[in-house]
Write a protein that binds this ligand. Sequence first.
Ligand SMILES: [Zn+2]
Length: 119
Amino acid sequence: MADFSARQERLLKQQVASHRCPHCRQSFQQEHVRVAARHEGLWVVSVRCAMCRKQQVFWIALSDLSEHPDLICDPSPEELEAFEAMPPVAPDDVLDMYQFLRDFDGDFRRLFSNKSRQT
Ligand SMILES: [Zn+2]
């Protein structure tokens, strides 16, 4: 099980490293990828750009990682602006995510319908 996770994590880092920083177009490096949280097939990873030091967070669903990982990272300019205005990820944020994932039952349909009602 641990080996399996390690393999997944390695593949995950390779995937993230195949992307470029949206700010300066520098390729991300595997050693700068950090797994922030994980719940079954859903991983939250952060990566800090070696060039401009900006942080990027990826949500990755690993339903079939080796074939075609569903890498969700396509922020609009407005979203990038909003993200930049946010404070860096703090230990409390990671704890919040941990608690969220611990209680999350995997029902994204309900999650997102709740979200849209709040906003
Ligand atoms: Zn950069």
